[in-house]
Design a protein around this ligand. Structure first.
Ligand code: ATP
Length: 378
């Protein structure tokens, strides 16, 4: 088998990229460098500007301002077909009257290349569809058709492959399989993939780096784990993770060398948590003042024994519990907040309405500025 054709691996840079539709700014001053050969995901809620960004890179939308550079060369004003960029859309848009081989060969034939068998067969091997080369698209499953679409887009060796919600039309099981498939294909071919999705799990599974967008603006650019563990702000913290992070508003108080977090409540006594010194001394905030504590549901544990060193314990009312097999979701209420705890295995099932003790490790917590929402961790 010959190797699948690989494109030129070059960095894609977006500089101050902006797109306004009338008064509405869909993409706002986007600065982004996508290293050549990486698998990059654009992630964000519906309407945040992901597709508009992708369409500008593809040349299907004209930026209002800013530049697009591929391998250092300015391609902002280049015609779409002249760019070393190709796109795979959610609708596969295969030619129904052509078989799979001819669908993949199409781009080569259009460029006047006659000897297509070698590269097309290599590409069909890559997407593991060689035995189906003579079938028509209607004789393939949705996942297989999407793999043909990927092969057809890669055959011309683009420097960048743009994928616009390519798995959106597939059912959940097939989507999971295709996520692994797409990642394998990208690793083998080494082409830069820029994948647009609103599905955080999809982005987390596949991408080397993720850019989270909201309302046309970049919120954070990080590898998946960092996005989860050290969100740059409250938006990212709330968007990444399911169920989402718990946020508790409160005040930091410094008392004879100890730093405590006092929950903000409507008057009654709220919970008090002692902040480990190693965390308190590095927070980008004064030792006294308001902040928002962020705790992931899986970092809260229902607890009956002695508090292990370095941990904090607080009490809460259990309002409801919910089985999300194999885990249990505890709905809790403190004096001022509703919280969720995600417990892998309960030793004893507490009753709804009971007061429970919750153990947490604040070295895993996040802290946010109550006004800007920015993370206060170093
Ligand atoms: P989704 O996940 O729903 O596809 P998205 O993040 O890809 O969302 P875009 O399609 O980039 O979002 O759209 C961003 C914003 O720009 C939306 O509010 C959308 O309504 C608006 N928009 C997009 N295209 C146009 C257009 N041609 N004219 C006016 N507004 C537009």
């Amino acid at each position: 088998m010959s190797n699948p054709p690989a494109g030129v691996v070059e960095d894609l840079q977006l500089e101050g990229l902006t797109k306004a539709f009338g008064d509405f700014v869909a993409v706002d001053n986007l600065d982004l460098t996508i290293p050549g050969g990486s698998f990059f995901a654009l992630l964000g809620p519906s309407g945040c500007g992901k597709t508009t960004t992708l369409r500008m890179v593809a040349g299907l939308e004209t930026p209002t301002s800013g530049r697009i550079l591929l391998g250092g060369a300015d391609i902002t004003d280049e015609k779409p077909y002249r760019r070393q960029v190709n796109t795979v859309f959610q609708s596969y848009a295969l030619f129904p009257h052509l078989d799979i081989f001819e669908n993949v060969a199409f781009g080569l034939r259009r460029r006047g290349i006659k000897d297509v068998a070698g590269p097309v067969n290599a590409m069909l091997e890559l997407v593991q569809l060689a035995p189906m080369a003579r079938r028509k698209p209607s004789q393939l499953s949705g996942g297989q058709q999407q793999r043909v679409a990927v092969a057809r887009a890669l055959i011309n060796q683009p420097g960048v492959l743009l994928l616009d919600e390519p798995l959106g039309a597939l059912d959940l099981k097939l989507r999971r399989q295709m996520q692994i498939e797409l990642k394998r294909i990208q690793t083998e071919v080494g082409t830069t993939f820029v994948h647009v999705t609103h599905d955080q799990e999809e982005a987390m599974t596949m991408a080397d780096r993720i850019v989270v967008m909201n309302q046309g603006r970049v919120q954070q650019i990080s590898p998946p784990r960092e996005l989860y563990e050290k969100p740059a702000n409250r938006f990212v913290a709330g968007f990444i993770g399911s169920p989402p992070m718990n946020f508790i508003s409160g005040t930091l108080v410094s008392n004879s060398g100890r730093t405590e977090f006092l929950e903000k409540t409507g008057g009654t006594n709220g919970l008090t948590l002692s902040i480990p010194e190693a965390i308190a001394k590095n927070l980008k905030a004064p030792r006294e003042g308001e902040l928002v504590l962020g705790l992931r549901p899986e970092h809260l544990h229902e607890f009956r024994g002695q508090t292990p060193p370095g941990h904090s314990v607080f009490e809460a009312n259990l309002t409801r519990f919910e089985l999300i097999v194999p885990e249990t979701l505890l709905h809790l209420k403190t004096a001022g907040h509703s919280l969720l705890a995600r417990i892998p295995k309960l030793e004893e099932t507490p009753r709804e309405g009971e007061r429970v003790r919750i153990l947490t490790d604040l070295t895993q917590a996040n802290f946010f500025c109550p006004t800007t929402g920015s993370s206060l961790l170093p």
